[in-house]
Ligand binder design. Structure first.
Ligand SMILES: NC(=O)C1=CN([C@@H]2O[C@H](COP(=O)(O)OP(=O)(O)OC[C@H]3O[C@@H](n4cnc5c(N)ncnc54)[C@H](O)[C@@H]3O)[C@@H](O)[C@H]2O)C=CC1
Ligand SMILES: O=C(CO)COP(=O)(O)O
Length: 308
């Protein structure tokens, strides 16, 4: 197979390594690349996008002017939300941007508990490939699966993609919880109630609740909330230590998508009156409208309610 990887950051480079190990012919493109985008995608069976959310639109517009085989499958690995709204006032997901630019191509989403550094060190991991086109998902599963990267297919692409994007917001909250040394009980409560928020948003959007209990939901939430390797976790941790967001981001290795995702999510939750109290406190924290300690107090002192 010919695989073109767009984006040579932490995740893109890791995916290049996985595809090469499986014996595929792999070309990679980034803004610094000596090769043109046209050379890199020439003859590609799979085009894997591992760019951060802010770059997706511009890469798509560059790709649109190039010729591709009609069988080329797009795989998006970006975990973010595009702020532009759809006709239903919902933010757009990366796969929706790809699909509307390439309506006749299959688009699949790769998402799961996949901290790139661990995979680069050769540790085993599992992930999910989801698409409306199940045959395309199965093809990608075969191409990228290996003894150290186990891929499951899933037929709820919306739920899979939302899980990867929304868990980043909760990871910021959990990073702050650990930064304040609030203990294991508090962390368990945040992760569990955070998952409830992800499901509330996801089902409003039209995703299946059960998808959020899988690898791309709970699985990724656990990985991201339990690892100092997560950039989103590091953002929350740094804020709890009294650093400003600008300081934290300048010291960060790579992208923390949760910062932008929080803003997009809160706009939707406000418009549609969806209760997301943890995400709301993360938003306030990022805006410096609340201290980490006051955010904890606000969550603990909410009106009493049933769990479900
Ligand atoms: N690092 C990880 O463990 C994982 C990351 N992801 C997701 O993959 C995406 C990329 O993450 P990382 O590789 O970690 O981030 P990174 O910050 O290391 O790399 C981002 C990449 O996007 C490119 N990019 C950004 N803006 C661009 C633009 N305007 N035009 C062209 N290229 C642009 C950068 O040049 C770079 O190649 C994010 O959405 C992230 O949530 C998903 C799974 C695991
Ligand atoms: O998505 C990830 C792991 O699955 C990476 O998380 P961070 O973007 O927070 O580093």
């Amino acid at each position: 197979m010919k695989v073109a990887v767009i984006g040579a950051g932490a995740w893109g480079s890791t995916l290049v390594g996985l595809a090469k190990e499986n014996g595929h012919s792999v070309k990679v493109w980034s803004r610094q690349s000596p090769h043109s985008l046209e050379q890199v995608i020439d003859g590609a069976n799979l085009v894997v996008s591992a760019i951060s959310m802010k770059g997706v639109r511009s890469v798509i517009s560059q790709l649109k002017s190039l010729s591709l085989s009609p069988d080329t499958i797009f795989i998006t690995a970006t975990k973010g939300l595009d702020p532009s709204g759809t006709e239903l006032n919902l933010p757009r997901l990366p796969s929706q941007l790809w699909q509307s630019a390439f309506p006749t191509h299959a688009v699949a989403i790769l998402s799961g508990p996949n901290l790139s550094k661990e995979i680069q060190h050769g540790l085993p991991a599992a992930s999910v490939i989801a698409s409306k086109n199940l045959e395309a998902a199965k093809q990608v599963q075969v191409v990228l699966s290996s003894s150290r990267f186990r891929i499951y297919t899933n037929s709820d692409p919306l739920g899979v993609e939302l899980g990867g994007a929304l868990k980043n917001v909760i990871a910021i909250a959990v990073g702050a919880c650990d930064g304040l040394q609030l203990g294991t009980n508090a962390k368990a409560a945040l992760v569990t109630r955070g998952l409830a928020e992800m499901i509330r948003i996801g089902t409003y959007w039209g995703a299946k609740a059960e998808t959020f209990y899988g690898l791309s939901g709970l699985g990724d939430l656990l990985a991201t909330c339990n690892s100092a390797l997560s950039r989103n976790y590091q953002v929350g941790y740094g804020l709890a230590q009294g650093k400003t967001l600008e300081e934290v981001l300048s010291q960060l290795e790579g992208t923390a998508e949760g910062v932008n995702t929080t803003h997009v999510l809160i706009r939707l939750a406000d418009q549609q009156n969806i209760s997301v109290p943890i995400s709301f406190q993360v938003h306030q924290l990022l805006q410096r409208e609340v201290t980490p300690q006051a955010a904890v107090a606000a969550l603990m002192l909410r009106d009493s309610k049933p769990e479900v």
